[in-house]
Structure formats: structure tokens, C-alpha cells
Design a protein around this ligand. Sequence first.
Ligand code: ZN
Ligand code: FE
Ligand code: FE
Length: 274
Amino acid sequence: MSYPDYHTHTSRCGHAVGNPLQYVEVALAKRLSGIGIADHIPLLPEPDPEIAMGLCELGDYVAEVTSLKARFPGYVLLGAEADYRPGTIAEVRELLAEHPFDYVIGSVHHLGTWGIDDERQIEEYSGRDIDDVYSEYFELVGDAAESGAFDIMGHLDLAKKFGYRPSRSLATEMETLVARVARAGVLVEINTAGLRKPVREAYPSVTLLGLLREYRVPITFGSDAHKPEEVGADFDRAAALARTAGYSEYTALVESGTVARARTVIRALDPRGE
Ligand code: ZN
Ligand code: FE
Ligand code: FE
């Protein structure tokens, strides 16, 4: 049995394919120990149908995943991936409070109005100081962690997605981020989607992960699947990365049985391989 996958999308977000049941079926077929559906909840302040579901779809999304939870008790969780953008956090909090999410992944995708992982806006990198892009990104992720709105921090170093690398180590910026994340008491995911992107590397890097380990930050696994067949993708490599960084444990989520967010349970990483 393999690790649970807490980061999966569905066709509702406008740039993924498949319905929640199809994702659950792949998780079962791959013998994952659980799956959370965590689609992009509506983007604020302005909606974007290619980035996230519309406001009118959120209720249907919650109902659909909730019915899967009843059909596969203890196996499926209702999650969400929510954007952290300064200025919208109060509204995001309200939106999240309206539904019984088991967990919420907090992700930074924007520096101001620029969607840094958006292929439609990739040219923006050539006009930017890449060191600044990274440090601004890390600062926002720290702000997101401290907001208290999220349970898991998504793709901690997404700025590397297209292969743009900083000119220096950014060790100070990274340590500041990790200290903030540790103090906030949030989980951090090992997200294997980076392996499928130009950077060909999971988020976060082994350097960041080593720091997270030093600060005792617990980890989860997420494929960031945008197709059902990507569920659980490269989890053997993610576990190997975790072990390389010094981890021997990961965190699983268990439904609390109330409207509160899921409980966390510490589980051992397989010491050999997957
Ligand atoms: Zn997406
Ligand atoms: Fe994301
Ligand atoms: Fe995602």
C-alpha cells in the first residue's frame, strides 16, 4: 500500500480532466492508502475559468466529493486548493468556512497580478529579476502559512517550475520561510508535479526539504494530478526524497467526524523503497 495523495484536481477547474470518482478509482487501483480531492476553489478577486471553478460550482463540488466520502468511508477526503493573495484572505476564509473541508492546501500562484505558473504569462520571467521572484514568492508563502487559513502549504518553491533559477543560494530567505512555516504549525506537501514540468524536480527541493526536516515540519504527499492517471505519480521518488532529507515519517489525515478539519496521524515511511 502506498502513501495517500492529498493533491488532486478535477475538470471543474477548467484545466484538468476527469471527475472525482475517476481519481478515486485510480487511487484504489494503485493501492494508495487514501485520496483527497483538492480542486481549485474560486479564484478571487476576479474569477478565471481556466484557473479555478466558478463560485456557482463550489456547492456542487462539495456535494459530489461528499457523496464519494460516503461511498468510500475513511478513504476519500474533501479538500481544496485555495490561493493565497494578500487582500483576498478575508474572503477566502469566509468561503472556506461555508463548507466542511477536511483540509485546505494553501498555495501561492501569483506575485501581484502575475500568475507565475501560468503558461500564458511565461514571458514575464524574461523581464524579471529571478532572485526577486523567488524571494517575493517565499515571503508570500510565509504570509500564507501565518494566515492560519490553511492546513498544508502547496508547492513551496513553485517559482522554479519553468526552470528559471536564482543566481545565488537564497539560504537566508529559505531559512526564514521554513522558520515561519514551522512556527505556524502547518504541514508541507512533497508535490510530484514538478517532475512533470520543465524543471523536472519535485517541490520542494531537497535543500528546502532538509531545512524543513531540521525544523521538524511534518510532510504529506501530493501528485497535483490534473488527469486521473497522474494520481500517486512518482510517490516512490517523493518518498526517496523525503528519506534523503532525513525524514522517517509522514503525516496522514483522518476525518474528524465533525465539521472541523481532519486530524493528523504520523506514519512511518517505508525504509526500503515505496
Ligand atoms: Zn491546477
Ligand atoms: Fe497549485
Ligand atoms: Fe494543484
